[in-house]
Design a protein around this ligand. Structure first.
Ligand code: PLP
Length: 240
């Protein structure tokens, strides 16, 4: 059994990409931001390789996978393509980390200092530096992983010492809200957290990414400073 839906989809990927790009552009301009400073990560869970090839054809360049096994099934089908990057956006189980590190150019959801240590060890073995984001559980939901806002200062201090891990920024998945504006306070809080950490010079390196916003609220996230939006449904249609 493969992890993705083999049936061909009837959604028009090209026109979806076009409307997402327009949405990104409009939200950026509303916020006085440069639209090209926002990266669009296609959330590709359950999406078949043939559909990913089509997405690539119409300009999508970052695929964000949630599960290692599913990604491993798809990657050989897609092969190496100019400018294509794979990100890991799902929760990472400890025993899978050694297979995740090095296969994805960015890990979005590092949720503990211990996990960062494990990533560092795996990256050292490969002789690489792994780019990561730290996931922040802004609302403090018990069901979700990630750091609390309060522990971030200390956590970054510790993770920054790991030589084979590079912190590129922060990521969050806010509590679900029917109303796109309902997530705005969480996005705003993540941006403020990043700004205050940067001010304390706790984040080294140039880029300070904010991975936040999904299909229903990516425009709000961009207005609040997102530099990466993770979009599945609005691109590929509803997951089966
Ligand atoms: C599935 C997923 C998304 C995309 O969600 P949509 O609502 O389909 O756009 C974004 N981030 C993560 C971590 C996901 O698992």
């Amino acid at each position: 059994m493969s992890s993705f839906d083999e049936s061909s989809v009837s959604v028009d990927i090209a026109s979806n990409v076009q409307s997402i790009r327009l949405g990104i552009r409009q939200a950026a301009l509303r916020a006085g931001r440069d639209p090209s400073s926002i990266q669009f990560v296609a959330a590709t869970k359950t999406v078949a390789p043939s559909v990913l090839v089509e997405a690539y054809r119409v300009g999508v360049r970052i695929f964000g996978e949630n599960r290692l096994q599913e990604a491993q099934e798809k990657m050989p089908n897609i092969g190496l393509r100019q400018g294509l990057a794979w990100h890991f956006i799902g929760r990472m189980q400890s025993r899978k980390l050694k297979d995740i590190v090095g296969k994805f150019s960015l890990l979005h959801s590092v949720e503990s200092v211990e996990q960062a240590h494990r990533i560092d060890t795996a990256a050292e073995k490969l002789g690489i530096q792994q780019d990561i984001l730290l996931e922040v559980n802004v609302a403090g939901e018990g069901t979700k992983g990630g750091f609390s806002c309060k522990e971030m200062k200390e956590a970054i201090d510790q993770v920054d010492r790991l030589p084979h891990v590079a912190i590129r920024g922060l990521m969050t998945i806010p509590p679900f809200s029917d109303n796109p504006g309902g997530t705005r306070p969480y996005f705003s809080e993540l941006r403020q957290l990043r700004d205050s950490l940067a001010q304390q010079r706790l984040i080294h390196g140039g880029v300070e990414e904010l991975s936040m916003g999904m299909s229903h609220d990516y425009q709000v996230a961009i207005e609040e400073g997102a530099t990466m939006v993770r979009i599945g449904t609005a691109l590929f249609g509803k997951r089966g």
